[in-house]
Design a protein around this ligand. Structure first.
Ligand code: HEC
Length: 268
């Protein structure tokens, strides 16, 4: 073996070793000493939840987002996760169940944070027992993670046409959006759960597009910008508690979704 090949092999093995180290870090559940000043651990259960969180979740989900470490993050900061779940599930029981179900079995079709799923990949399952997961979820609900505004995750940029033409998406995806829009047009909704279901359908359509690996670069950026400005309203619609609220968010989401056809069209 000549010197050049030898050097190459050394370089490769160093690279492989450091990759493995990176992976181990990603799944490490070791306790780390992390300052969590915003937590109001009121009682023993809450304290237990916090400890379990530190043991199993904090290695990926930071409690205090640090802009300097932004590029090294393995998952969204936990405050962002909590924000999404609180916005989507109207009460603590719903929130806790959703977190427990998720951690047992992360599932592409249940993702509430499609942007994070694309960026970081799907979370590995954490089957550490429902009791533990419930304590963690309760702690997540009660803790104050003090979301600081300097970690804005939203895709930024202005919605524009693609050189005067619309961005083309797959026909299936566009059809789903159109179906969601026609549901939103229904003004005879009777039940709060109907509003919630409409919200779910709209979000399903958005999730499908946001997770579609065929969209990259500028197309992806534009669908992200488009759906991010509706995101909070969509989540509200999924968890409305009264008809009046349902009506408010139905209209808000509808008005924003109606702009879809100005920017996107289907391939065929
Ligand atoms: C190995 C890294 C890792 C660990 C450990 C981890 N997560 Fe995650 N988690 C992720 C990533 C990556 C995402 C974002 C992608 C996604 O949604 O799957 C995520 C997303 C989430 C979400 C939002 C899912 C959604 O709807 O999009 C919840 C809730 C969550 N994690 C809870 C937990 C809890 C609770 C624990 C501890 C028991 C935990 N995670 C431990 C990596 C991790």
């Amino acid at each position: 073996m000549d010197m050049k090949n030898f050097a190459l092999i050394i370089l490769l093995s160093v690279l492989i070793a450091s990759c493995q180290e990176g992976n181990q870090k990603a799944i490490s559940t070791e306790k780390k000493v992390v300052a969590t000043p915003h937590i109001q651990a009121s009682d023993a259960t809450q304290q237990e939840g916090q400890n379990l969180f530190k043991q199993y979740c904090i290695s990926c989900h930071l409690t205090t987002p640090d802009a300097l470490k932004k590029d090294k993050m393995l998952a969204p900061p936990i405050g962002r996760v909590v924000e999404h779940y609180k916005g989507t599930f109207s009460d603590k029981t719903g929130f806790v169940n959703a977190v427990v179900n998720w951690a047992n079995k992360p599932n592409q079709d249940a993702v509430l944070m499609p942007g994070a799923a694309r960026k970081f990949g799907l979370m590995p399952p954490m089957p550490i027992g429902n009791d533990n997961l419930k304590k963690i979820a309760n702690y997540m609900f009660d803790a104050d993670f003090n979301q600081s505004g300097n970690m804005n995750h939203k895709a930024t940029g202005k919605l524009q046409l693609n050189d005067g033409k619309k961005w083309t998406l797959e026909k299936n995806d566009v059809d789903q959006v159109h179906q969601a829009i026609s549901l939103l047009h229904n003004t005879n909704i009777k039940d709060v759960t109907d509003y919630q279901q409409t919200g779910n359908k709209v979000f399903n359509a958005a999730r499908k597009i946001l997770l579609n690996k065929k969209y990259e670069g500028k197309t992806l950026q534009h669908v992200q910008v488009f759906f991010h400005q509706i995101e909070d309203d969509m989540h509200h619609l999924m968890s409305v508690k009264t008809k009046a609220e349902g009506e408010k968010y139905r209209e808000l989401v509808l008005n924003k979704m109606m702009k879809f056809d100005s920017y996107f069209s289907s391939k065929e």
